[in-house]
Design a binder for this molecule. Sequence first.
Ligand SMILES: [Zn+2]
Ligand SMILES: [Zn+2]
Length: 389
Amino acid sequence: MTHDSFAPPPLPQDTTAGPWTDTPSTDSTPTAATAGWGEDSAAVERGRCPVCGAALAYGAGSSALVCGSCGHRVEITHGDDESVSEHSFEQWLAHNDRYEVASIGGQVLACDGCGASTETKDVAGHCQFCGGNLVASSNPEGVIPPEGVLPFLVDSRAARDNFTKWVRSRWFAPGALKQVGDTESIRGTYLPHWTFDANTTSDYTGQRGEHYTEKQGDQEVRRTRWHHASGRIRNTFDDLLVPASTTLPRNRVAKLGPWTLGEVKPYKAEYLVGHSAVRYDVDPQAGYVEAKQTMDDEIRSDVKRDIGGDEQRIHHIDTTYSQVMFKLILLPIWIATFMYAGKQWQVMVNANTGEVVGDRPYSVPKIVAAVVVGLVLAGVAFWLFNRDG
Ligand SMILES: [Zn+2]
Ligand SMILES: [Zn+2]
């Protein structure tokens, strides 16, 4: 199909500032697409190289969009007034409790390549017709916009190297390695996460157990003497992470950490160009319940430490949570998907640290062979045993 007849519709403009800043190109030959600064930034705004018109993508480990065809770079700039802010959870709850993210519809994104419209709940993705970039530049009402983004640091080649090392160190059948690692099987995506901060004060009651030994005949028996214990402890929690999407197994996503959260940048759509990003589907209220569980686990172990002694019993903890702040951030991962033994396998690579998390596929024929050999041996042993008996 030809896309020449499509005039790509402009993306909704952010009126506060032009988010795309171009760096001077070494190739200054003006073309229709690059004649004049105005057209230049318009091309970049559509995710297209202002020099050659090919697709741009955020360059891992850089602060720029890089053209996949001619290598031209467009620097991503942040104003002095941009920062990663956190929001009062209480205030948000008071005004936005009526929104449930599951009931908010998709939005229409225009492809930067062919101009085709796609209705989606994703924040960024790829056009189903031409593979061009789709990036949302606004949010439907009720959807919380990301506050920060941790840009890709590990590029796809390094991710594939880490993945290959991981496979080599765990794989049951080394021969299967050649089946994985083609360029189609790895894709970059940003996963939404909530972060929560809170100050807590916990009043507790319990018992402190102290060990002593008692003589019983000529034996020493250990016993525990219990004393009443009570007190107050205070904790400060900062940036507790809760996965905000259920599109990938959450227990595995949680294992991808820790993340270098100090490198989180104020959110800009540019960081998403060339990658995909899903909208969160875990509401902040549900995220807060999970964050509280993490806080409570830590508070319990702190209470035990506070009680001291050799053993501790906790009867009651009364915790007040104050100054609860939250924000939405996007964290980068590479997902490698491959078929093996007729089954689809998925491995995730933390694109910030290179950490690999995934299922280990076993060679089914080898396991079947091992089981068959085992059964034959057992049968032979059984036959020998019964013949003699
Ligand atoms: Zn280019
Ligand atoms: Zn397209």
